[in-house]
Design a protein around this ligand. Sequence first.
Ligand SMILES: NC(=O)C1=CN([C@@H]2O[C@H](COP(=O)(O)OP(=O)(O)OC[C@H]3O[C@@H](n4cnc5c(N)ncnc54)[C@H](O)[C@@H]3O)[C@@H](O)[C@H]2O)C=CC1
Ligand SMILES: O=C(CO)COP(=O)(O)O
Length: 328
Amino acid sequence: ALACARADTMLWGRDPGTVAQINTQRLNARYLPGISLPLRLQASHDFEAAVAHAQGDKGLIILGVPVAGMADTCARLAQQLAQSAQPAPAIIWTCKGFHHDTGQLPHEIAQAAFASQPDTRLGVLSGPSFAREVALGLPVALTVASRQAETAQRVIAVMHGELARIYSSTDVIGVEVGGALKNIMAIACGVSDGLGLGTNARAALITRGLAEMQRLGLAMGGQAETFAGLTGLGDLVLTATGDLSRNRKVGLAIGAGKTLTQALEGGVTAEGARCAQAALALGARFGVDLPITEAVCRVLFDSMAPREAVSRLLAREARPESPYRPPS
Ligand SMILES: NC(=O)C1=CN([C@@H]2O[C@H](COP(=O)(O)OP(=O)(O)OC[C@H]3O[C@@H](n4cnc5c(N)ncnc54)[C@H](O)[C@@H]3O)[C@@H](O)[C@H]2O)C=CC1
Ligand SMILES: O=C(CO)COP(=O)(O)O
C-alpha cells in the first residue's frame, strides 16, 4: 500500500525465497499471485536493515503481522530503536483481533513493548481493505487511529492520495474492537451462507453483529460513532459479504460441513477464529452479552452443529432492538 502511494518502501520478510522473488521478479506468488509489484517496493530478509531504512523524523513502520506476532515483533523493534541515535519512526499496525490468551488489544501489546520508550509514536491503521485490491491499485478508504495527532498526520502525509483516503481518529479502542469483532461476525455470516440460510439471515447477522461490536466496544472504552465508521460497519460489511475474506471463507467451509481444522488447512490466517474465545472472555469480564460470538465459539470449538447454533440464536427471548428508553 505504501509503495502504491509512491513512498519508497522496504518490506521485511521472513522467507528468503519470497524476498528474492519480490526483488528480482516484482512478484509475491504466495500472497499476491499475478500482481506486478511497484518498483518503489524493495524487500529484505534482514530485520535490522529494514528498520534502519525507516529511521528518521519522517519515517513510518507498518507492522503487517497477525496479533500473535505483535509482541515479538514489537519487542525486537523496541530493542533496535532504543540503541539508535536517529529520530524514531512512527509505528503503525494493521492486525485485527485480541491476544488469544490475555484478551489484550494490539495497542496494549505495543504499549507494553515500548513501555521504556514512552514517546514512541504508535497507532493503528484499519478499515475495509482486502490486500489484493490495494495491491491492484483499486481505491480504498482507511482510518488511522492514534492518541497523538502527529502520528496520524504522518500516515496521512505518506498514504493519503489518489487511491487511498485516510481518515484520522483518536479512538484507538473503538477502532481495534471493531476490527476484532468484524472477523468473528464474518465467520458467522460465512456459516449462515454455507448453510444456505439466505440473504435475510446474513443481513440480520451483520446488523446484530454490529450491535454486539458496539456493546463490547463501548464497555471497553470505545466511542459510539466509531462503530458506524470505516473500521466498524465498513469493515464488517466488507468481510461478511466479500468472498476475498479468509474469515468468511472459514465460515463458509464450516457451514458446508468441514471441521475447523479442515477449514484452516495450509495455515490460513483467520483472526476471528483465533480470538473468538478471548472475545467471549472479554464479554464476561465487562458484563456484555455476545450471543453471536458465543454461537461461533460453540460451533468452532465445542462441536456444536451449525444448525443447532442458529436455532439457539433464533430461540432467544424477544427483546427491544435498542436498549430500552422510556417514551418521552
Ligand atoms: N490480508 C488482508 O487483506 C488484511 C489483513 N489485515 C490484518 O493484518 C494482520 C496480518 O494479516 P496478513 O498479512 O493477511 O497475515 P499473514 O498471515 O499473511 O501474515 C503476514 C506476515 O506476517 C508474518 N508472520 C506471521 N506470524 C508471525 C509472527 N508470529 N511473527 C512475525 N511475523 C509473523 C508472516 O510470515 C507474513 O509474512 C491480521 O491481523 C489481519 O487481520 C488487515 C487488513 C487487510
Ligand atoms: O480485514 C480484512 C479486510 O479489511 C481482511 O479480512 P480477512 O482477514 O477475513 O481476509
